[in-house]
Design a protein around this ligand. Structure first.
Ligand code: CA
Length: 230
């Protein structure tokens, strides 16, 4: 069954971030369009058919809150607000205005992708549909709609970072990812620590999965990075 590609509208006036989002989302198979002016963004949301809007808050001419409030009067397109401020007040404000979700910059791309999928599911699936997508390698299954991982039909408890790291490997199954790629996708584009953190979390994951179930899932490509494969 061929599905229509999902069209995401990126409203962001910082070109570096807009470009980064566009690249990552297109890599995931989404179609994208971008806009840096608030007022034009508002008009385009109403005129063009998008499946989801990523909406920055501080924008020229019309800010994200205003856009969200105005769009909501006319459309129920999923909106995820992106803001530089990590103020709880802002979050409440954003959700009050009808945003579906809210993410504080800097965020990790895997976190954003998880929120995008959740928002799209909420809008496209009936409320009682819980089956959703499965990511599989050998006898390991991840159910992104439930944040659940099972190995040999046993539920595995993972921390949020462990989960996002595993999801990142699964979505790139059989593709070797460098530590830098993993770092950017799971820890975020502004992460300033060193890449050893990737090795540390790979060890945590291996202890909970490979070691516990005595089967090799995560492979090290010496001098390159990591890959998950059958
Ligand atoms: Ca901005």
């Amino acid at each position: 069954m061929a599905e229509e590609p999902v069209k995401i509208f990126i409203v962001e006036d910082e070109r570096r971030i807009a470009r980064f989002l566009q690249m990552e989302l297109e890599h995931e198979g989404f179609l994208t369009a971008t806009e840096e002016n608030g007022h034009r963004a508002y008009e385009r949301i109403l005129q063009e058919q998008y499946d989801l809007v990523l909406l920055d808050v501080m924008l020229p001419e019309m800010d994200g809150w205003e856009i969200c409030r105005s769009v909501r009067k006319l459309s129920d397109v999923p909106i995820i607000m992106l803001t530089a401020k990590d103020d709880v007040e802002d979050k409440v404000n954003g959700l009050d205005l009808g945003a579906d979700d809210y993410l504080t910059k800097p965020f990790a791309i895997q976190e954003l992708l998880a929120r995008i999928r959740a928002a799209l599911r909420k809008h496209t699936l009936p409320a009682d549909s819980s089956a959703g997508e499965m990511l599989v390698v050998k006898d390991l299954v991840m159910y992104p709609s439930r944040y659940e991982v099972r190995v040999q039909d046993t539920r595995v408890d993972l921390t949020k970072k462990e989960y996002l790291l595993l999801e990142c490997l699964l979505r790139n199954k059989r593709t070797v990812l460098t530590r830098d790629q993993i770092l950017q996708k799971v820890w975020g584009y502004d992460y300033a620590g060193d890449t050893n953190v990737v090795d540390v979390y790979i060890r945590y994951l291996r202890a909970k999965i490979d070691d516990r179930f005595q089967q090799k899932y995560i492979f090290t490509m010496r001098g390159v990075g990591y890959v998950i494969k059958d």
